[in-house]
Design a binder for this molecule. Structure first.
Ligand SMILES: Nc1ncnc2c1ncn2[C@@H]1O[C@H](COP(=O)(O)OP(=O)(O)OP(=O)(O)O)[C@@H](O)[C@H]1O
Ligand SMILES: [Mg+2]
Length: 239
C-alpha cells in the first residue's frame, strides 16, 4: 500500500425521496481509501452500505458533498464521461451476480470492455484470459443459467476485473454461495488485493471482513467505527 489516497468522499449526502417520504441514507459521510487498501464495510441491514457503494462509486447521484477519484470529482462529470471513467477505473461484484442470462460467459465479460471503448478483438482476448485465470476456460461458451452459483460468481469477478480496474467494489459477493465457494471467492479477491488493487467489500460476515486491512462500520448512514485489522504495521512517524 502506497499511502496515497485513491478515493476521497467528502460530506457525501444521499436522500431518497419516494412519494411524500424522505430517507436520509447517507449523512455527510467522509471516507478516504488508500491506494491498494482492502477495506471491509459492515453494518446492520438498512444502514446505508449499498447506498455508500452506489454513491461513492458514482453509480448514483448524490445530494451533497463530493467524491474524488485520484483527485477527479466524479459527480461533476457528464453522465457519459462518468460512465466511461467508471468502466475504466472500477469493477463491481454483486451478491446476485447480475449476469445477462442470454449472453455467453465470454460475452458477459466482454460487455463492459466494449462499453469502455476496447476494440472487439482485444475485448475478446482479455475476456478469455481473465476467465481462464478464474478457472473457467472450459465454460467460455456456456450461458450463466447453465453454471453453478460459484461459477457464476467467478464470471462476475472476471467481468469486474477484465478492464484492469484500480478499484473493485463488492456487495455481499459471498452471500449466495456455500462456505467452500465463499472461501474460494475471498481467496481470489485476496490475491487481487496482493497485486495492488484497491478493494472495498461489503459483508455481513465477520470472518470475511477479517481478511481486510481495515474495517468501517456504518450505522444510520454514518461511519461510526473505523479500525485497522490484522498485523499490517502503521507507517512509522518520522520526527
Ligand atoms: N431506491 C431507494 N429508494 C428509497 N429508499 C431507499 C432506496 N434504496 C435504499 N433505500 C433506503 O435507504 C436506507 C439504506 O439502504 P441500503 O440499501 O443502503 O442499506 P444496506 O446497509 O445496504 O442494507 P442491507 O444490509 O440490507 O443490504 C434504507 O433505509 C433503505 O430503505
Ligand atoms: Mg445492501
Amino acid at each position: 500500500m502506497s499511502g496515497k489516497s485513491i478515493l476521497v468522499a467528502e460530506s457525501v449526502r444521499k436522500v431518497y425521496r419516494t412519494g411524500g417520504d424522505e430517507v436520509v441514507a447517507l449523512h455527510d459521510l467522509d471516507l478516504t481509501v488508500a491506494e491498494g487498501e482492502f477495506l471491509a464495510v459492515m453494518g446492520p441491514s438498512g444502514s446505508g452500505k449499498t447506498t455508500l457503494l452506489n454513491c461513492v462509486s458514482g453509480l448514483d447521484e448524490i445530494d451533497g458533498g463530493r467524491v474524488l477519484v485520484d483527485g477527479l470529482s466524479i459527480h461533476e462529470l457528464s453522465d457519459k464521461d462518468r460512465t466511461k471513467h467508471r468502466a475504466k477505473e472500477m469493477g463491481f461484484i454483486f451478491q446476485a451476480f447480475n449476469l445477462i442470462p442470454v449472453f455467453t460467459v465470454t460475452e458477459n465479460v466482454e460487455l463492459p470492455l466494449l462499453l469502455a471503448g476496447t476494440k472487439e478483438h482485444d475485448a475478446r482476448e482479455r475476456a478469455r484470459a481473465t476467465l481462464e485465470r478464474m478457472g473457467l476456460g472450459h465454460r467460455l461458451d456456456r450461458r450463466p443459467p447453465e453454471l453453478s452459483g460459484g461459477e457464476q460468481q467467478r464470471v462476475a469477478i472476471a467481468r469486474a476485473l477484465a478492464g484492469r480496474p484500480r478499484i473493485v467494489w463488492a456487495d455481499e459477493p459471498t452471500g449466495n454461495l456455500d462456505s467452500e465457494m465463499a472461501a474460494k471467492v475471498i481467496e481470489l479477491l485476496g490475491e487481487l488485493h496482493d497485486e495492488g488493487l484497491s478493494l472495498i467489500l461489503i459483508t455481513h460476515d465477520p470472518t470475511v471482513a477479517a481478511h481486510a486491512d481495515r474495517l468501517i462500520t456504518v450505522r444510520d448512514g454514518r461511519v461510526v467505527a473505523d479500525e485497522r485489522l490484522g498485523t499490517t504495521p502503521l507507517p512509522a512517524t518520522v520526527h
